[in-house]
Design a protein around this ligand. Structure first.
Ligand code: HEM
Length: 443
């Protein structure tokens, strides 16, 4: 794929086609994922001169990990050892179409469709990574309850200043790849719009058992936010630097600021090997962030005031290595002191107060989005229990700090002022062998 060219799918939302120039390969791929469907896929394939050269999955599926969320072993790491997040994403929210509880044959259909993806693409950024999760609403149709070893709560507002819509769809599929064509093809195979992907025949699809009720898309990684900043919520000056993997200008997901896959895994009971999946749809409003706040204020609000004072962050923060230097700089322990004396507290600093035994509780797999023509972020996080998420979010809210200092409920209180949670949903990601329409007792 060359760097400029026709802008078929980009015209509608990348916007930049309007200037008359072609759009870059990255913008094109993002726009195709955001639009979706057969025409976006064929435009994408046409532009790149055919499907990307992607390895197929194993013949023996028993070689795949028991955990659906075992992604890290397949992903590249940067020079500091940080996991490189897959660049293109699709989230499909699905409802069960049947009455009552799912039948064995429906379960088999779902498993066969997922096995189609397992076979068609090798796991990895160069191939495909995916998970499927189920909501509390899904489990309500059964007489039995989920076991005590699973903490899956109904989603709810988690701050006095938010009023999110609640995601009560039955299931969520998260598709991730470095190739836009791969997430689009996988999606179409699941929805029954394509029977062969990457040269592999898929025996079944979800249609008739699970129907799509919402579709969310996005991207993460160097260059993509800058290429796609021509949306509402970001100043027209185009302030996002090309080295930033996220709209807010900084890198996230440092190795030492993420929970490990082991630590978020459910240890006991029928869903041992699974985890919980929290999903928030967040709207970003970055006008003030970029037009009024200085670079130093942005560093202070995102990381910690010490990081601003000592000028610790260069560019997007790659120089920090494998850690955002929270404990190293004593930031979490000084949150209250900073709120009182500096009148500002950092997002990372506050969130790190929720750590247990020195390690974060959540494994974040979030990404930026242009859904609805507005800059946003789909916050996907994995944690052993939904309570771990709630506790971390409470630490991030910093209400305790606002009460005891000049820091406002949102102002100078990390990045709360720049984000609005529009939707929240909670899901259980069962282990792989129970990923198809599970029963609450895992039988
Ligand atoms: C709105 C967009 C958000 C952006 C751009 C963002 C960005 C960041 C950045 C740059 C860091 C510092 C280091 C790192 O990630 O390795 C961080 C840390 C963190 N953020 Fe966020 N974040 C966002 C939203 C959230 C939300 C909604 C939560 C939910 C509670 C959250 C929880 C955390 C946690 C737990 C940490 C790590 C704290 C630790 O080191 O223990 N973030 N975030």
């Amino acid at each position: 794929m060359d760097d400029t060219g026709p802008s078929e799918p980009g015209r509608t939302d990348a916007g930049r086609g309007e200037s008359g120039r072609g759009i870059s390969r990255r913008e094109f791929a993002k726009a195709a994922v955001a639009i979706g469907g057969a025409s976006a896929l064929s435009a994408c394939l046409g532009r790149s001169g055919g499907p990307p050269d992607v390895p197929t999955g194993p013949d023996d599926l028993s070689t795949l990990p028991a955990r659906q969320h075992a992604w890290n072993q397949y992903l590249e790491r940067d020079k500091h050892g940080n996991v490189t997040a897959p660049r293109h994403r699709v989230l499909l929210l699905l409802d069960y179409t049947g009455d009552g509880t799912p039948s064995e044959s429906e379960r088999q259909t779902v498993e066969d469709s997922l096995r189609g993806l397992d076979r068609a693409y090798a796991r990895g950024g160069d191939g495909l990574l995916f998970t499927v999760g189920y909501s509390p609403s899904y489990f309500e149709r059964f007489d039995a309850d989920l076991p005590e070893s699973v903490d899956l709560q109904e989603p709810r507002a988690l701050a006095p200043f938010e009023d999110p819509e609640l995601d009560q769809q039955d299931a969520v599929v998260h598709l991730a790849s470095d190739h836009a064509e791969v997430v689009l093809s996988a999606e179409q195979a699941l929805l029954g719009e394509k029977s062969e992907i990457n040269g592999v025949e898929v025996a079944a699809d979800l249609s008739g058992v699970l129907e799509k009720v919402d579709r969310r898309t996005g991207f993460i990684g160097e260059g993509l936010p800058a290429d796609n900043q021509d949306v509402d919520g970001i100043p027209d000056s185009g302030p996002v630097d090309s080295d930033s993997p996220l709209y807010m200008g900084f890198k996230s997901g440092f190795q030492k600021n993420q929970a490990s896959e082991d630590s978020v895994t459910i240890q006991q009971g029928p869903f041992a090997g699974g985890t919980t999946h929290q999903l928030s749809k967040i709207k970003l409003n970055l006008e003030q962030w970029y037009e009024q706040d200085s670079r130093s204020q942005r560093v202070g609000k995102m990381f910690c005031p010490v990081h601003a004072e000592e000028d610790l962050v260069e560019g997007a923060g790659d120089n920090l290595g494998d850690s955002a230097k929270m404990e190293e700089k004593g930031c979490p322990a000084h949150a209250e002191d900073h709120a009182r004396t500096r009148g500002m507290v950092g997002h990372s600093q506050k969130s790190a107060r929720a750590r247990k035994d020195g390690a974060p509780l959540m494994l974040r797999r979030d990404f930026d989005s242009t859904d609805d023509g507005h800059a946003g972020l789909h916050f996907v996080s994995l944690q052993r229990t939904i309570s771990d998420f709630v506790d971390t979010r409470e630490a991030m809210n910093g209400e305790d700090l606002a009460e005891r200092s000049a820091v406002g409920q949102k102002n100078n209180n990390g990045i709360l002022q720049y984000m609005e949670v529009l939707r929240r949903g909670n899901f259980l990601l069962p282990p792989r062998e129970k990923r198809a329409l599970p029963t609450p007792d895992g039988s």
